[in-house]
Write a protein that binds this ligand. Structure first.
Ligand SMILES: *Cc1c(COP(=O)(O)O)cnc(C)c1O
Length: 339
C-alpha cells in the first residue's frame, strides 16, 4: 500500500537509460557559435520530421510558444486562440509581457476552434478592430482531455483564416500516434509548430520550434532575448534524439492505459457525466464538485492527480505508469467511488 502512482503530468517522466548513455557520450560545442553537432543534428532531424525549413532547440515549450508569438505578430496585434489553451492560460500572461499582443478567445471546449467564429474576429478588422496577427491552436488540446485535431479540420481552419497559424504541439506526437496522421501532415497547415521532448517522450529538457528559415532566424534572436540561448546543449539534445528514436511509437501504450483509466473514472464517478470514449490520447479530465478535496484523498491513497480548476480533475498517463499501477488506481477509485 506504499505504492505511489504519479498521474499529475507526463512531465514527471525520467530520462531512460539510453538517454543517459547518449547524454554522457554526446559530442558538444558552443551552440552560440552554431558549433554543437548534437544540437545541429537534433534541429535538422526535427525540421525534417516536421517538414519545415528549420527548427530551433529551446529549453521549454513556453519559450517556443513565446518566440512564435514574437515572430508572427507586432505589438498590439490580436492573436485568436482557444480560451483554455496553454499559450493563453498557463504561461503567466507571457504573451502580453513578451510579445505585447492581446488574445481574442474562442470556445475550445471540444478541443477545436470553430472556423466561422475565428473568421468573425478577423472580419471585425473592417470595423475598427485590432489587426489579427496570428491564430494559435493546440494539438493535442490538453484542457478538453488531450483531444487530437482531425487533420481535415486543421487544414480547413488554416485555409479559412488566411493568417499565420501557430501550432502548439507540446503533445503533437500523441496526436500523431492516436490518429495515424504524420506529424509533418499536422505541421503543414501551420506556419510555426512547436513540439515538446520533455513530456511523454521523457527527455529531461527541451522543445523545438520549427518553421520557415527566415522566421526561425528571427526566432533565434528572440530566444537570445529571452535568455534561452544555450552553450554545450548537445548534452540535452542527445536525450532529445533518443526520445524521437525510441519513445514515439510506445505512446500508444499510454493511450491504452488512459482509456482504461477513463473507464474507471466513468464507473467511479457517474455523476461527473464523463464520457470515457472522449479519451483518445493520454489525458483524462473530468468534473468533480470538489476537485481539490478529491485530489487530496487520492494522494492519501498513493495516487497523485492534478486539478485544472476547482471542479476539474486531470489524470495523465506516461511511461512511468504501468498496468500494475492502474490496478492500484482501480482499487482506490473503487473505494472512493462507492462513498
Ligand atoms: C507543457 C505545455 C507547454 C509548455 O511546455 P514547457 O516545456 O512546460 O514550458 C505548452 N503547451 C502545451 C499544450 C503544454 O502542454
Amino acid at each position: 500500500m506504499n505504492r505511489l502512482v504519479d498521474l499529475r503530468s507526463d512531465t514527471v517522466t525520467q530520462p531512460t537509460a539510453a538517454m543517459r548513455e547518449a547524454m554522457a557520450a554526446a559530442l558538444v560545442g558552443d551552440d552560440g557559435y552554431g558549433e554543437d553537432p548534437t544540437v545541429n543534428a537534433l534541429e535538422a532531424r526535427a525540421a525534417a520530421l516536421l517538414a519545415k525549413e528549420a527548427a530551433v532547440f529551446v529549453p521549454s515549450g513556453v519559450m517556443a510558444n513565446q518566440m512564435a508569438m514574437r515572430v508572427l505578430t507586432s505589438p498590439g496585434d490580436v492573436v485568436v486562440a482557444g480560451a483554455n489553451q496553454h499559450v493563453v492560460d498557463f504561461e503567466m500572461g507571457a504573451s502580453a509581457r513578451n510579445a505585447s499582443i492581446q488574445f481574442a478567445l474562442v470556445d475550445d471546449s471540444t478541443g477545436q476552434l470553430d472556423l466561422e467564429r475565428v473568421r468573425e474576429i478577423i472580419d471585425a478588422e473592417a470595423d475598427h478592430r485590432a489587426h489579427v496577427g496570428a491564430v494559435a491552436v493546440e494539438n493535442t488540446h490538453m484542457p478538453s482531455g488531450g483531444t487530437p485535431w482531425a487533420l481535415a479540420d486543421l487544414e480547413a481552419l488554416a485555409r479559412g483564416v488566411e493568417r499565420p497559424v501557430h501550432l502548439d504541439g507540446a503533445r503533437l506526437f500523441n496526436a500523431s500516434v492516436a490518429t495515424g496522421t504524420p506529424v509533418s501532415a499536422y505541421a503543414a497547415p501551420a506556419t510555426t509548430v512547436m513540439v515538446c521532448l520533455s513530456k511523454g517522450l521523457a527527455a529531461p529538457v527541451g522543445s523545438l520550434l520549427a518553421g520557415p528559415a527566415d522566421l526561425m532566424a528571427r526566432a533565434r534572436i528572440e530566444r537570445k532575448r529571452l535568455g534561452g540561448a544555450m552553450r554545450q546543449a548537445g548534452v540535452l539534445a542527445a536525450a532529445g534524439l533518443v526520445a524521437l528514436d525510441t519513445m514515439v511509437e510506445r505512446l500508444a501504450e499510454d493511450h491504452a492505459r488512459a482509456r482504461r483509466l477513463a473507464d474507471l473514472v466513468a464507473d467511479a464517478f457517474p455523476a461527473s457525466g464523463y464520457d470515457p470514449s472522449t479519451c483518445t490520447t493520454n489525458i483524462v479530465v473530468f468534473s468533480h464538485p470538489d476537485a481539490r478535496a478529491l485530489v487530496a484523498t487520492l494522494a492519501d491513497h498513493g495516487v497523485l492527480a492534478g486539478t485544472l480548476a476547482a471542479t476539474r480533475v486531470r489524470l495523465v498517463t506516461h511511461v512511468g505508469v504501468g498496468d500494475d499501477d492502474l490496478e492500484h488506481v482501480a482499487g482506490v477509485l473503487g473505494i472512493l467511488g462507492r462513498r
